[in-house]
Structure formats: C-alpha cells, structure tokens
Design a protein around this ligand. Structure first.
Ligand code: NAD
Length: 435
C-alpha cells in the first residue's frame, strides 16, 4: 500500500478521493459523500445533544504507510493540529522500512464501582459479598445484560476493595467486572451496577452511596510495540535518553503523553468514540505507580530499538454515536475494523508511532524543523495573505525560519507588509515606465 500512496499529499482533495476510491480504501458512496462536502443534516445532531445550534467541523485526513500486526491500514484522523498527520505518515514509513509494529489486548473486562461510603460492618460485608456474588452476577447477566451474554460477554466477577477514610471509618468499593465485547460499555455497566446496588443493600443492610464505571480500566489494557532493527546506534541512545527523561520527570511526561494522544485522539474523534474517557484512562494509568510518568518506554535490545505503549484504550465499534454518525461509520470502513479490540490496538499503534516521530525529531533536528515548517501554513493564513501573496509569503517565511530558528505571527504580518510594499513600488515603477 505504502508505494501506491506516495505523493498523496501533493494531490488536490478531489484527486485524493478518486485515488482512495480506485485503490479500494473508499467505497464509491463514501467518496461521493466526501466529494459533495460531507455535509450532515442538523436533525442528526439534534438527536445527539441538547440545544444544538450547528456543527463544529474538524478536518478529516488519512495517514498512509501503517502496517500493524502485518496488515496494511490507512488511518483516518480528525484533527486540527497542523503537523500530526504528516508526522504519523512519515514515521510509519520509517518503521515500515526498518522494523515493525505489533499489538495485543490484555484482559477484556471494564470496571463498574458500587460505593458504600461508610461501611457499618466490614466483616459481615466481606462474608455476604463472597457468599452471594455468584448469584448476583448470574441475575445481572440474565436480567440486565442477556444481549451481551449472547455475544460472548457479560458480567464476569466482583471484588471488594476498602479505603481508609480520614475520619477513621472504612469506605467499601465493590468492583464489578464486565466484558462489553465491542461496546465501550459505559451505559451497560452503569445499569448493571444500579441493578446490583439493590441486591447489595437488601442483603448487607449497608447504604450504597453511588454507582458509576471507572475509566481507569487496568483490567482491559492495550499494548503496542515497535521494534526498529539496525538503526543508528547513536539514534537509539538518543531516543532511550529521551524516554528516561519522560519516565523520571512528570513535567516532561505530560508533554510526552500529549504527543502520544496526538496519534490516538484523532482516531477516536474520527470513529465517534469518547476521547474524554480514553484520555482519563490513559493519564490515570500513567500515574499508576504513585507518580505521573510516561505512558511509553523505549529501550535498546542489542542493535534494535524497542518501544512500548500500554494503557487502557476502551473504545467501541458499536454504541454511543459510533454507528449513528455517518463520518464515524465512514472512518470505520476506511480502517476496515471488525471489532473493538482491533480498533483499540490500531489506536495504540498510531499513538506509539506518533511518540517515536516526536522523539526522533526532538533528539535530532529539534521541534522547530518539522512542526514549525507546517505551522508556517497557519501563519500565512492568519496574516491575511491573499491567494496570490501566499506562495511568496510561504517562501519568505521558510527562509526566515531557516535563518532565525524562530517565527511568529508578527513576523508573518511584517513580511507580508514588505511584500505588499515591494509589489506596490514595482507596479508604480512599471506604470511610470509606461507613461
Ligand atoms: P450504548 O449504551 O450505545 O450500548 C451499546 C449497545 O450496543 C448495547 O445496546 C448492545 O446491546 C449493543 N451491541 C450491539 N452489538 C454489540 C457487540 N458486538 N458488542 C457489544 N454490544 C453490542 O453504548 P455504551 O458502550 O454502553 O456506552 C458508550 C457511551 O457512554 C458513550 O457515548 C460515552 O460517551 C458514554 N458514557 C461514558 C461515561 C464515562 O466514560 N465515564 C459515562 C457515561 C456515559
């Protein structure tokens, strides 16, 4: 696939759509929908949220060159930040040339919490939970989640946790583990917990204070690994050093993890998934050892560089708006995903790829080179340059950046003013010559 899409970024939007259709990445009705502007009727949005007044449109792009677990993917990404798709595609190409990406899902169950704010009799609570959990699980599966059970999922187990309160009392938290199969599962697990609350209260005479899922889903993790073979030893050392920085320093970890989410969030948005839930899960898992740290790690293995991402990435290919939003369905078709595990593993692979691209740039040419070069496009637009002025301004801004190693909107405005002055002088002179 990689070769067939080379030069893709140089095409016009209409040409890109035609090429994707020819190569089979876009079905003809999807290509036509996008060629016609991809407009969605406001009646649909009205069904999603309260007080809808319009749509906030985000560019949808595709990142080529991804081979994950040996399979080629074209990655749809809905994102406004300039450099993300270019960096993803460039890094994926590099990985293709010098290594590979593999992924796995570890565990299947999401977590619901039933909280007993102040436990009155802990021993009795422990005993009753242990004696009754099997029947509770059975009735939750029969009454609340029979559809999920038919699909191979359902409530799997329960566990009682306790926390010491500042007032000396004990807080009890009953964790409910449920396999949501291809759904993210927030609504179904919340319903299961509400159902079990009644049983817990009736049997234990404790007071249940709240029921809600947890986004720290350490029982359903997604792992991606990148192995780069025989790249320069110097680069391996540099990337390992950058990894250590992010592992040790929360200030660096925050930015490292933001870079990882640069790869993940655009896929979640494009496929209609709840990116807030995933963000919460990833960042809380990044602090699992008691201090916020990097969600990725890179190390040397002989002549190879190995990187790993591991976090809860609970996504759905059904549920929420994933089946209702036409763009989400279109993105799923571009990806060719068959289940939630596959979607989650793709997101993990792209997140780790994005991290590798950032670390390579940061430890070699610096952030300015790639990021700011693309940012110049935004600066040209923001400065108010016309269609005729834009290519001249772009060239001058590139030269300015190369020379000064910095650039701002003010620079763009100043340079644009110079261009306008030059053009005015030029036309004055040629007018004088004519007369
Ligand atoms: P949902 O309520 O739409 O339920 C999924 C539906 O898909 C179920 O009715 C199920 O029967 C059906 N289904 C069909 N095929 C399936 C398959 N193969 N596997 C599993 N189910 C299948 O969606 P949900 O996933 O329960 O909840 C997701 C929504 O909840 C999102 O919109 C999210 O924003 C929201 N939410 C999130 C939080 C949180 O993260 N803290 C809290 C509340 C709500």
């Amino acid at each position: 696939m990689s070769g067939r899409l080379s030069g893709f970024s140089k095409l016009t939007i209409q040409q890109r759509l035609s090429q994707l259709e020819e190569l089979g990445f876009l079905q003809s009705q999807d290509a036509l929908f996008l060629k016609n502007g991809g407009n969605i009727p406001s009646e649909l949005g009205e069904k999603f949220i309260e007080n809808m007044i319009g749509y906030f449109q985000m560019p949808l792009g595709v990142a080529p060159h991804f081979k994950i677990d040996g399979k080629d993917y074209l990655i749809p990404m809905a994102v406004e930040e300039t450099s993300i798709i270019a960096a993803a595609a460039k890094t994926a190409k590099w990985i293709n040339e010098s290594g590979f990406i593999e992924t796995q899902q570890i565990g299947t169950d999401i977590i619901g919490q039933i909280q007993i704010s102040k436990v009155q009799d802990l021993n009795k609570l422990k005993k009753i939970v242990s004696e009754n959990q099997k029947t509770w699980i059975q009735s939750a599966n029969e009454i609340v989640a029979p559809g999920l059970v038919r699909r191979g999922g359902g409530v799997r187990s329960m566990k009682l946790r306790t926390l010491a309160r500042p007032d000396g009392n004990t807080m009890g938290i009953l964790h409910v583990y449920l396999d949501p199969v291809d759904a993210m599962g927030a609504n179904i697990i919340n319903q299961v917990c509400e159902f079990l609350k009644l049983k817990v209260e009736a049997e234990t005479h404790e007071n249940v204070t709240m029921c809600i899922l947890s986004n720290l889903v350490d029982s359903r993790l997604t792992r991606s690994k990148i192995i780069l073979e025989k790249i320069s030893s110097d680069l391996i050392d540099k990337i390992c050093e950058a990894s250590l920085f992010a592992e040790l320093d929360p200030y660096r970890a925050a930015t490292n993890n933001k870079g990882v989410m640069n790869g993940i969030d655009p896929i979640l948005v494009a496929t209609g998934n709840d990116w807030r839930a995933v963000e919460a899960g990833v960042h809380s898992y990044a602090a699992k050892d008691g201090r916020y740290s990097s969600i990725t790690k890179w190390w040397r293995d002989g002549n190879n560089l190995v990187g790993q991402f591991e976090a809860p990435l609970v996504v759905g290919t059904v549920g929420g708006v994933t089946r209702l939003h036409p763009m989400a369905q279109l993105s799923m078709r571009i990806l060719g995903v068959e289940n939630a595990s596959q979607l989650s593993r793709i997101a993990a692979a792209v997140g780790l790829t994005q991290n590798l691209g950032a670390l390579r740039a940061l430890t070699t040419v610096g952030i300015i080179e790639g990021h700011m070069k693309l940012h110049i496009k935004n600066l040209s637009l923001a400065s108010g340059a016309t269609e005729v002025e834009t290519p001249i301004l772009y060239q001058k801004l590139e030269a300015f950046l190369c020379r000064e190693k910095r650039i701002s909107l003010q620079n763009a405005v100043d340079i644009l003013n110079e261009i306008r002055e030059e053009r005015a002088n030029h036309s004055k002179n040629s007018n004088e010559k004519c007369h």
